[in-house]
Design a protein around this ligand. Sequence first.
Ligand code: GLN
Length: 485
Amino acid sequence: MDLLSLTAVELSKKIKAKEVTVIEATKAVLNQIDKIEDKINSYVTVDKEGAIKRAEEVQKLIDDGSLTGPLAGVPVAIKDNMCTSGMLTTCSSKILENFYPTYTAEAVLNLEKAGVVIIGKTNMDEFAMGSTTETSAYGPTRNPWNTEHVPGGSSGGSCSAVSANECFFALGSDTGGSIRQPSSFCGVTGIKPTYGTVSRYGLIAYGSSLDQIGPVAKDVTDCATILETIASYDKKDSTSVAREDYNFTEALVDDVTGMKIGIPKDYFGEGLEPEVKEAVLAAAKELEKKGAIIEEFDLGLVDYAIPAYYVIAAAEASSNLARFDGVKYGYRSEDYNGLHNMYKKTRSEGFGPEVKRRIMLGSFVLSSGYYDAYYLKALRTKALIKQEFDKAFEKYDVILGPAAPTTAPKIGDSLSDPIKMYLGDIYTISVNLAGLPGISVPCGVDSKGLPIGLQLIGDCFKEKNIIRAAYAFEQTRSYTGPFDK
Ligand code: GLN
């Protein structure tokens, strides 16, 4: 049996059946990290000792019957913007190079209660700003399918770690596509839940009204199981929603008969690579063969999503990142002259160019005189985009399209032209603006051998629809990782 090729749910079953121990699974992952991490750089921190110690504890709890859940004993990776008590949490920024939180993010706590073993913290774009994981202060992550290409971003480290078997699943965060786009580029499955479903407590804020934590895994079953585990009402997060139904795994049924699926014509225009288009439309055909009703429609306002998003996300970021000033925690410049100069030097030295660009843009759109012209207008656009989706969901259960217009670009290609990089977020961003759930599932590879992702979008609180459609589609293909091409 090839231990590393198991999904998280399969592994946990084998652990409970005593066919594998938690230590064996943990060591297998650590060996894989030793073997390939030099080439991939998925992790900022690997906690070998802590993981082995925790594996021993978890094994005991499984043996004495205290841990019985579907993820017990599974080695996992956490994106480095989620606080983990006593474990370095950098947000891939120099400004947090020495930050050891005193508490753990609620979503991570929920996983710990379920008996997972945390292997370490994954690399990301600095403060989750980017689409390639190249803006990290700790070097870029590389795509396990082809190391000359990026893994996508900002949760690139989480997605490459899952894809390269450096963990069994990971948590990512998605503000404008950061779970779905890198999942698509790395050939793994990722869900961005409805806003408010997973607590943001302990997630280092980027765009607070858009950020959501979600699972990155090898298949839809794992993703639904993980989401069921991490989702919870949390009064420590004022935007947390108490949902009636958290039983996402109930939707793992291979039946889409009568399901209405809308394909937005606007998602198939200029800029979409023909091979991506072909693979996504072929996936729609598979669902149709299984009894889904597929129809094309005009979504509208698609062109306004990117400008509205970059105004809102930058505005929120400029406010959220004001706390990194060298006083409370993190990096402080060594050489300064008075308080203001200390702020200035700390922030100039601690933040990278993409983060500075966003802080400047955000401060600008919030400044008096420009607030109405940019920020308020962006908020109005956001409301109109939500209305467009509301109209679409009166007719359809699920909206189907690509996760990204291209497959993974080469390292270095995107950063040279930030505007072009922002345009790559076209299909994912409006989902965050409208607070909707979305999933990316692998649906093929292009002629370069790079994975393509199918995106399924649901109405608010209707994760089950996208999970059902994704699961049904997944049954038509077998999982292939970068090592079994
Ligand atoms: N690429 C987008 C941005 O840079 C999305 C990032 C994210 O979802 N965290 O803002």
